[in-house]
Design a protein around this ligand. Structure first.
Ligand SMILES: [Zn+2]
Length: 163
């Protein structure tokens, strides 16, 4: 018996474009593709299996399981078989893997994008563009962000820490 909802061909490009629509559970304005965490899509035509390798953004990040489930759901919703999910811890993910266009999206969303290792602080307030701000807390809504307050517009904002 053939399943009518199953695609006859497994296409890596199409799989990538499906994964490119899956949002990051912690920063929904970014997709998994924006974050650069999808390391590999491997298709075994004869076995009919898809293996997806992901690198978690932060070690022990509670979002990892949620991300795996979202990837699995996105593919099965599109008629693909349930993928085999692999975690690749080395090399470790760094904020440098975030796609350049995604840094802009972060700022538009109100989160200051990551700086560099040597200059690990926001460039400017994402609300008004002022560079007159102060650190409120090393930890924001999640451990990967810290909380700042702009001294110009008085708005608090989060900074996606370089890592
Ligand atoms: Zn401001």
């Amino acid at each position: 018996m053939t399943k009518i909802n199953l695609r006859p061909m497994l296409d890596a490009d199409e799989i990538m474009s499906i994964l490119a629509t899956v949002p990051d559970p912690e920063v929904p304005v970014l997709t998994l593709n924006d974050l650069g965490i999808i390391r590999d899509v491997n298709i075994d035509e004869s076995a009919g299996t898809i293996t997806i390798t992901l690198t978690p953004t932060y070690m022990g990040c509670p979002a990892t399981e949620a991300i795996q489930k979202m990837v699995s759901d996105a593919l099965t919703d599109a008629g693909y078989p349930k993928p085999i999910l692999k975690e690749q811890l080395i090399p470790a993910w760094t904020t440098e893997w975030i796609k350049p266009e995604a840094l802009k999206k972060l700022e538009e969303y109100g989160i200051a994008p990551p700086g560099s290792d040597t200059d690990n602080e926001p460039k400017r307030c994402p609300n008004c563009g002022s560079d007159d701000y102060q650190l409120v807390s090393q930890f924001g809504s999640t451990a990967c962000k810290s909380l700042y307050r702009c001294l110009q517009c008085k708005e608090p904002f989060e900074y996606f820490k370089c890592h």
